[in-house]
Design a protein around this ligand. Structure first.
Ligand code: ADP
Ligand code: ZN
Ligand code: ZN
Length: 725
C-alpha cells in the first residue's frame, strides 16, 4: 500500500467533493488540472486532479481508472479562480470545476482543436466531365458561369444544388473549393469626442489591475470607447474578453467588433457543446484575439489576457440564478486582479454596487454626459392615468401621441413588462382568479393558441368555462400583456407595420433578426415588446418610446426593485432619438407623484442612484452590508421551514459569538415564505443573512457546513442574491 501514490480528485458531486485516490503505476502520475475517470460509489465519474502532493499514506483509497489528459485542461489561473469561487459562493469545488469546464469536456470529449472546416466557396474549373444528360449538373455549370466569381455553398444550396452533388463534381475535377476571400477590410476608428477621448486615455494608460466604471448616457458611444481601448492591447498581441448581456449578442453588436478587428470569437448559449469547447480551446491557444461572450464566457482560459470589458454591467443576466449562483461581473474583478490587467465596466445605468465602489475609491469613475454624433437626449413626460378610460391599456393621450409620431414618419416603441394577452382571468361575480394547479401563481391568458399559461412552471391549461368558485360564466381578462397591446394597436392603426418582440415571438434568433431587419429599414412602424426591446438595440428612427405602466416596479417589496425599474425606464428610453431626430419618452402612471419616479425623470439616473444608494446604506442593506440568502424547498412545506429554522438558530448563535460584546455579527431574518411560495408543487422558504462585514458573512456561511437533510429537500446558499424577495 505504501508504494501507492495518493492524489486528490475533485468530482462533480455535492458534499465534500474532493477525495483521495491512488495511482497504481507511479510512473503515470497525472498533472494537476487533468481530467481523470475515477470510481465513485457504484458508478464512475470524470473528475479533475487538484493535487498530487498528498503524502500521508492512506488506507482504503480506490485506484483511478484512466487519465484523460496528458496536459492540464484547467490551468493554474482557472484552478485558483475555482478555489476562490468555492470559498466565496460556498459551493463544492468539484461542482465549481464542472461549471467552469465546457460540457463536452466535462463528458470526456477529446481536448484538441479540430482543424477548421474546409472553405465553402466554389468555382468552376473544367465542365467537360459533366455528362450532357445530367440536367442539374449542367444547370450548376451554367449558374457558376453566369456568376463569374466564386459562390458559397449556402447560396448554391438555396439555388437547388445539394452538397453531395458539389462534392461529387469536386472529385470529378469539375469544381474546386477556393480559400475564403482575403481578410475583410476593417473599419477605421471614429474621431472620439473629448469625453470619449478622456476615457480612452485613462484606460489605455493603466497598465496594471485598475477597475474603471464608465458611466455613459445611452447612445454616448461607449462601444467606440471599448473598441479604441482594445486596439493597443491587441497591437501588443494580447487578448481581450468582452462580456455582454445574454440579449445583446445580436449580429449588429457583433458586426461592430468584427468590422474593426480580426480574430473575433463568440461564446453564447446557442452554440453546440462542441462549438463551445472549440472556442474555449482557441482562446487558450491564443488563436482567438477577442472573445465576445455572455455570462459563462468569464470562465474561458486565455493565453495572454490584456483587458476585460463588461458591457451593461448592471444587467441581471450576469448573475446565474441556479446551481452555482455566481455573478460574472464580480468574477471579472477577480480575474483582472489575478491577471493584473485593467477592467472596464460600462453602463448608462450603473448598478449601485459599482457606484458604491466608486464612492469608496475602489473603481475609477469615467463619465460621458453627451450623446455621440450630435444626437440629443430624449425628453421625458408622464401621463397621469387616474380617471382616464383606457383602450387595451392605452390612454387617449398616448394614442394621440403615437398617431402624431407615425404621421411624421417616426418609429414608435412601446414597452410592457408582461407577455401574453392578459395577466389575469377574473370572475366578475366573486373575484376568483384563475391560478396554476402547481404554483401560487395567477395564470396568464394567451391567444393563438388560446390557453392559460403559468409563467413560473410553464404548465398550460385549457380556458375555464366557468368560475371554479361560484360557477358563473362571466370571466374577464384583466390587465394588458403584449398580445393584447398588439391587438389594440392593430385596430387603432390599421396598415401600420407592427412588430411584437417578446419571448413568444422570438424563440429563435433568426425570428428576432428577421424582425429587426425590417425595423432597420427605417419605415414608420410600431414595436411592442418586453425588456428584450430595452437592451442594447440601436434603432435610429425611433422618435417615441412609451412605457405602458411604470408603477409595479416602484411598489414591489424587493429592495432592489426601484433600482431595476429606474434602469429599465432609462434603458428603454435610451432607444429614442438616437440619430438626427430628437426623441420623446412618455410614461403612463397611476402614481405620477411617486418621489422616486419624479426624481428619476427630473434629475436623471445619476441623481436617482445617489439618493437610492444613500437610503440603502442608511438601512444597512447591500451594497453597504453584504447579504446572503438561504433558500429551501420541499413538497412537504414543514421540511423546508424546519430546516431553515435550524439554520437560523445555528447562525444566530455563531453570529452572537463572532460579534462584538454589544452587537451580533449578523442580522438573520426569517424564515419567511418566498414571494411565490409554491412553484411546481414545492413550497419555498427563505432566510436572509446580513452581516456586518464580508469576512464575517463568510465565517457564518462556512459554519453551516453540510447539514444532514431529508432526501427530498432542496436547499441552496445565494451569496449577493439578485432577487432579494
Ligand atoms: P452606447 O453604447 O453608449 O449606447 P453606441 O456606441 O451605440 O452608444 O453609439 C451610438 C452611436 O453613436 C453609434 O451609431 C455610433 O456609431 C455613434 N458614435 C459613437 N462615437 C462617435 C463619434 N466619436 N463620432 C461620431 N459618431 C459616434
Ligand atoms: Zn366567481
Ligand atoms: Zn405553475
Amino acid at each position: 500500500m505504501a508504494s501507492h501514490h495518493i492524489i486528490q480528485v475533485a468530482v462533480p458531486r455535492p458534499l465534500h467533493s474532493v477525495y483521495d485516490y491512488h495511482v497504481d503505476d507511479a510512473t503515470e502520475i497525472p498533472l494537476v488540472g487533468a481530467r481523470l475517470r475515477v470510481p465513485f460509489g457504484r458508478s464512475e465519474v470524470i473528475g479533475i486532479c487538484v493535487s498530487t502532493a498528498v503524502d500521508a499514506p492512506h488506507e482504503n483509497t480506490k485506484a483511478i481508472l484512466e487519465i484523460l489528459d496528458a496536459e492540464p485542461v484547467i490551468d493554474e489561473e482557472l484552478l485558483e479562480l475555482a478555489r476562490w469561487m468555492s470559498g466565496y459562493y460556498h459551493y463544492p469545488l468539484g461542482e465549481v470545476l464542472a461549471t467552469i469546464l465546457p460540457s463536452a469536456a466535462r463528458k470526456g470529449a477529446a481536448f484538441d482543436i479540430k482543424p477548421p472546416p474546409p472553405p465553402d466557396l466554389w468555382h468552376l474549373v473544367d465542365p467537360s466531365a459533366v455528362s450532357p444528360r445530367a440536367k442539374t449538373q449542367l444547370a450548376l455549370v451554367q449558374h457558376l458561369q453566369e456568376a463569374a466569381a466564386a459562390v458559397t455553398g449556402t447560396e448554391l444550396e438555396s439555388a437547388g444544388f445539394n452538397r453531395p452533388m458539389l462534392r461529387k463534381l469536386e472529385n470529378l475535377g469539375v469544381l474546386e473549393r477556393q480559400a475564403e476571400a482575403t481578410a475583410p477590410t476593417l473599419d477605421a476608428p471614429l474621431n472620439p469626442t473629448p469625453e470619449q477621448a478622456q476615457a480612452i486615455d485613462a484606460v489605455t494608460q493603466a497598465k496594471e489591475f485598475t477597475p474603471f466604471l464608465l458611466e455613459g448616457v445611452t447612445g454616448s458611444g461607449k462601444t467606440e470607447v471599448y473598441l479604441q481601448i482594445m486596439a493597443p492591447v491587441l497591437a501588443q498581441a494580447q487578448q481581450v474578453l468582452v462580456l455582454v448581456p445574454e440579449i445583446a449578442l445580436t449580429p449588429q453588436t457583433l458586426a461592430r467588433f468584427e468590422n474593426r478587428f480580426a480574430g473575433v470569437g463568440v461564446m453564447h448559449s446557442a452554440l453546440t457543446d462542441q462549438q463551445r469547447l472549440q472556442t474555449w480551446l482557441r482562446c487558450r491557444s491564443g488563436d482567438i484575439r477577442v472573445l465576445i461572450g455572455t455570462r459563462s464566457a468569464v470562465f474561458t482560459p486565455f493565453n495572454d489576457l490584456g483587458l476585460i470589458i463588461v458591457d451593461e454591467e448592471h444587467d441581471s443576466s450576469y448573475k446565474q440564478q441556479e446551481g452555482l449562483r455566481y455573478s460574472a461581473r464580480d468574477l471579472t474583478v477577480k480575474r483582472a486582479q489575478t491577471a493584473n490587467i485593467p477592467l472596464l465596466l460600462g453602463s448608462a445605468t450603473p448598478s449601485l454596487e459599482s457606484l458604491y465602489n466608486v464612492q469608496r475609491q475602489r473603481y475609477r469613475h469615467l463619465t460621458i454626459t453627451q450623446r455621440a454624433g450630435g444626437a440629443l437626449m430624449p425628453r421625458f413626460d408622464v401621463i397621469d392615468l387616474r380617471g382616464q378610460r383606457l383602450r387595451g391599456g392605452f390612454s387617449d393621450t398616448l394614442i394621440r401621441i403615437i398617431r402624431q409620431h407615425l404621421a411624421e414618419a417616426g418609429q414608435v416603441l412601446i414597452y410592457l413588462n408582461r407577455r401574453g394577452f392578459a395577466p389575469t382571468l377574473l370572475c366578475q361575480h366573486c373575484g376568483w382568479q384563475c391560478v396554476c394547479s402547481d404554483c401560487d401563481a395567477k395564470l396568464t391568458l394567451h391567444r393563438r393558441p388560446e390557453q392559460m399559461v403559468c409563467h413560473h412552471c410553464s404548465l398550460r391549461f385549457a380556458l375555464p368555462e366557468r368560475c371554479e368558485h361560484c360557477g358563473h360564466e362571466d370571466l374577464i381578462p384583466v390587465g394588458v400583456g403584449t398580445q393584447r397591446a398588439e391587438e389594440t394597436l392593430v385596430e387603432l392603426f390599421p396598415g401600420v407595420p407592427l412588430y411584437r418582440i417578446d419571448r413568444d415571438t422570438t424563440r429563435t434568433t433568426t425570428q428576432l433578426n428577421a424582425q429587426l431587419e425590417q425595423i432597420h429599414r427605417g419605415r414608420p412602424c410600431i414595436m411592442v415588446g418586453t425588456q428584450m426591446l430595452a437592451k442594447g438595440h440601436h434603432f435610429p428612427q425611433v422618435t417615441l418610446v412609451a412605457v405602458v405602466n411604470a408603477d409595479a416596479g416602484f411598489l414591489s417589496p424587493d429592495f432592489r426593485a426601484p433600482e431595476r425599474t429606474a434602469q429599465l425606464i432609462v434603458q428603454v428610453a435610451g432607444r429614442a432619438g438616437r440619430a438626427e431626430r430628437p426623441g420623446e419618452v412618455w410614461i403612463q402612471s397611476y402614481q405620477p407623484d411617486n418621489p422616486l419616479l419624479k426624481r428619476l425623470l427630473s434629475q436623471g439616473y445619476g441623481s436617482f442612484a445617489e439618493a437610492e444608494l444613500a437610503s440603502r446604506l442608511q438601512a444597512g442593506l447591500p451594497p453597504g452590508q453584504p447579504m446572503a440568502m438561504l433558500r429551501a424547498e420541499a413538497f412537504e412545506p414543514q421540511l423546508a421551514l424546519e430546516f431553515l429554522q435550524r439554520c437560523k438558530s445555528h447562525l444566530q448563535k455563531h453570529a452572537d459569538h463572532l460579534g462584538e460584546e454589544t452587537a451580533s455579527a449578523a442580522q438573520i431574518m426569517g424564515p419567511i415564505p418566498a414571494p411565490m411560495a409554491r412553484v411546481a408543487k414545492r413550497t419555498r422558504f427563505q432566510l436572509v443573512v446580513i452581516a456586518v462585514s464580508r469576512p464575517q458573512l463568510h465565517r457564518l456561511l462556512a459554519s453551516i457546513g453540510q447539514p444532514k437533510t431529508h432526501a427530498s429537500l432542496r436547499w441552496s446558499i445565494d451569496v449577493d442574491p439578485y432577487d432579494a424577495m
